[in-house]
Design a binder for this molecule. Sequence first.
Ligand SMILES: Nc1ncnc2c1ncn2[C@@H]1O[C@H](COP(=O)(O)OP(=O)(O)OP(=O)(O)O)[C@@H](O)[C@H]1O
Length: 306
Amino acid sequence: MTSIDVRDLTKEYGTRRAVDHLTFSVRPGRVTGFLGPNGAGKSTTMRLVLGLDRPTSGTATLGGRPYGELPEPLRRVGALLDARAAHGSRTARDHLRALAASNRIPLRRVDAILEETGLAAVAGRRVKTYSLGMRQRLGIAAALLGDPEAILLDEPANGLDPEGIVWIRTLLRRLAAEGRTVLVSSHLMNETAVFADHLVILGRGRLLADTPVRDFIHARVRPFVRIRTTDAAALGDLLARHGHDASRDEDGTWTVRHARVDDLGRLMSEAGVPVLELAAQEATLEQAYLDLTAAEAEFTAQPQEA
Ligand SMILES: Nc1ncnc2c1ncn2[C@@H]1O[C@H](COP(=O)(O)OP(=O)(O)OP(=O)(O)O)[C@@H](O)[C@H]1O
């Protein structure tokens, strides 16, 4: 099985440190979401793993070996870094055939992967006529061509239409279920929460979190109950009498923390307070992520000079 192991990895561009003593592992059999603000170092880390750039110090290995030492690397690891990389004057089929030929991948894989990525009908068209979403699909096709054990995708949902987003979600889940090692960077938090099992989060080139998605959300955000009523005074009074931690938003919606929908529903019913809405609000990855990155920004913010 191919794990991706990053050990004390540092990359400097001149005086800018893009990746800063980073250590984490990406394990097989699950989808790992790779998160972090713009410029956090995600793409740089992926390029270092793929041997496209040299680290200043530290190591990045696949199944224990640096990319440059892998025999037939496309058959071990597939990657989508930049969907614009394909040669525009070639057709998609020719692009994939050239890749297959130079990596000793059987040519029959080309038609299979065109089918799988939904490009079969447009495979004879030049890539420069493709939309961004079609280029993304072609990039994913190239990544999967060698049937690799490890897959790295940099924002694969970029440019995909809603149907494409559902498709990639299903694809990622299947690749992980097949035991592959899947690392996917994204800025779409709700989407990441759907397809990822695990998260690696970077900030300014450093590791901020390496944790299961569920644990990350639950450790940072408490679920709450949302209530709307026609009798704000009665509800406010009721909640206060029962010692609930509640507040009322500008639009009249109440937020009750540390409470259960069942208990509040019963309470309101018994007190005869009219209910327009009563709903449990699950904590989201987006809330947890914003909480983490806000805390990080506060922690690292430099005092302004007068
Ligand atoms: N070739 C390069 N030369 C100089 N600086 C670079 C180079 N590549 C990346 N950087 C810098 O390294 C830092 C990390 O960039 P990187 O693209 O890895 O971040 P990212 O997390 O992928 O961001 P995004 O979410 O915007 O894609 C940034 O400050 C960027 O400007």
